[in-house]
Write a protein that binds this ligand. Sequence first.
Ligand SMILES: Cc1ncc(COP(=O)(O)O)c(C=O)c1O
Ligand SMILES: [Zn+2]
Length: 401
Amino acid sequence: MRIGYLECTRCGDHVPADRARTICPKDGGVLYVRYDLASLKGKFCREDLSGRVASMWRYAEVLPEAEPVSLGEGFTPMLPSREFASVYIKDEGLNPTGSFKARGMSAAVTMAKSYGLKKLAAPSAGNAGSALAAYSAAAGIEAYIFMPKDVPLANRVECESYGAHVTLVDGLISDCARMVAERKEKEGWFDVSTLKEPFRVEGKKTMGYEVAEQLGWRMPQAIIYPTGGGVGLIGMWKAFEEMQDLGWIGAERPQMIAVQAAGCAPIAKAWDETTPTAEFWPNATTLASGLRVPKAYGDYLILDILKKSGGLALSVTDDEIMDALGQWARVEGIFAAPEGAAALAAYRKLRANTFFGPDDTVVLFNTGSGLKYLDVIDSQKKSEPEAALASRQIGGIIGPY
Ligand SMILES: Cc1ncc(COP(=O)(O)O)c(C=O)c1O
Ligand SMILES: [Zn+2]
């Protein structure tokens, strides 16, 4: 529907959506898109969704009014786990460009096109770049993408194939972000960095609508989300608030659980230390490249959501991620991205320490496809001694639970 205004998540100021905007001009806060949901209440109902397009654009009334740049993103399967009776796996690996980043970029590029923007730029850990490149190609817009030079091969090859301008940077996503910030004005690029552009959240929030719709409008006990910049988590929380405003759900909320990699866990550290923001994580390293985000721009939003929802943040090691990746592949038939496998590793930990019982309904987000990480996954296998690999496989089949 028509956007009402953009609202700063820090100072609450309203900013008009008449032209492309980035962050709050006053304090740099993340801007949320606000609609007149009160006027939609009672007119846009859950029942209206039946028979609609099987993409995220089925929720058109709560997305910006513009001609969608769509490649069929969203409405991904919610698969009941074969291993754990009350667990569901939301498989985002089936999106265009193989990750949930497609949702955010579909919405961002849709709005960029409607605002008449011609050149978009973003730093990316990999998958956001692939999605930006694909949607920009579909929209006839130029994309400038800055990625760490050790990004998974698929991301680089995809971006180049879609015709994006790719710069490989000897550093982390934070270094890529600095390069975009330094050059954007001179080059005439519009910056679509995570949370510095309001519409990626709008795309990603559709995961929250889908969780509710696909579970028959009953909230799960918890959602485990692999968290780097945190937009998936932030977007879903926004969706739950909107659905309550629409009268689709009540005040109940899932516990939101952020999982990070032990080699880059600024949110988990801030959670443990009960600070409202996170510190920059030095020397970030993990094979889950999407989780290698040393400082999340929306850290204050993520930490607030974890607290409000009664959730938590935790980290898992790369070994635990690789174990979980193998387990999902062998037991569920799901070949997950390492970031997604981190959700299973986190669930196992939270079951083992009895945070979750066997009857708690928990949704694990597999945020991407393992097919995007063939080089990463293969190199892990090769670097393992044969014996360790064998024992891990046995452990995986018998399993602790
Ligand atoms: C597969 C995958 N999962 C999770 C993430 C983390 O997403 P976010 O930055 O929205 O927290 C990324 C980010 O690149 C990713 O590519
Ligand atoms: Zn502000």
